[in-house]
Design a protein around this ligand. Structure first.
Ligand SMILES: [Fe+2]
Length: 183
């Protein structure tokens, strides 16, 4: 095996390719782990970030949303495991190869949509979402934000378990690109 990439051989790269397979296949478990690690991260809200994620996804699922929309509702805040400041963009890049373009953009911009409900308390403009009003995914982003995400901070709401969403996580993250292409 090479110690400098410029000395690599075809067989080195075949070996590396094979060694990547189990890591790629483990993607659903890494996503699941990121969600689980949001337990206890309250950040001052009435619920921790795991409950918020589960409530958002449970509300979407009970409203009959598509599988992809339920998935987005579940995952949209996993970027907070790294950094709250740009957590939408962090999550969007993590899921990009696995979801539709619309889903990618909804997550990438979701803080600007959510801002309508609180940015004025921080001296910021509330209507940042309007910069996306002509995008084909605008209505879906509004539904996600206004019906589920902003309404999902109720500790008394009985959420579905994280385990109940595991089949959905497996479906989307087991093979890169499959759902993105199908959407
Ligand atoms: Fe959220």
């Amino acid at each position: 095996m090479f110690t400098r990439m410029d000395q690599g051989t075809k067989s080195d790269w075949e070996h590396i390719g094979q060694e990547h397979v189990p890591h790629i296949k483990d993607m659903p478990n890494r996503i699941y782990g990121m969600l689980a690690s949001l337990e206890g991260v309250s950040l001052g809200f009435a619920t921790d970030q795991l409950h918020h994620s589960l409530q958002t996804a449970t509300m979407a699922r009970r409203a009959g949303a598509s599988d992809e929309m339920v998935l987005l509702s579940l995952l949209h805040d996993i970027g907070k495991t790294i950094s709250v400041i740009n957590h939408g963009q962090i999550c969007a890049e993590i899921i990009k190869a696995y979801v539709s373009d619309d889903a990618y953009h909804i997550i990438r911009t979701h803080q600007d949509f959510q801002g309508e409900h609180y940015y004025h308390f921080q001296g910021k403009e509330r209507d940042l979402r309007l910069q996306f009003k002509d995008e084909p995914w605008f209505a879906k982003a509004e539904q996600f934000t206004d019906e589920w995400d902003q309404a999902a901070f109720d500790p008394a709401y009985e959420v579905d378990s994280l385990e109940s969403f595991k089949p959905l996580i497996d479906k989307f993250f087991s093979v890169p690109g499959q759902m993105a292409k199908a959407a």
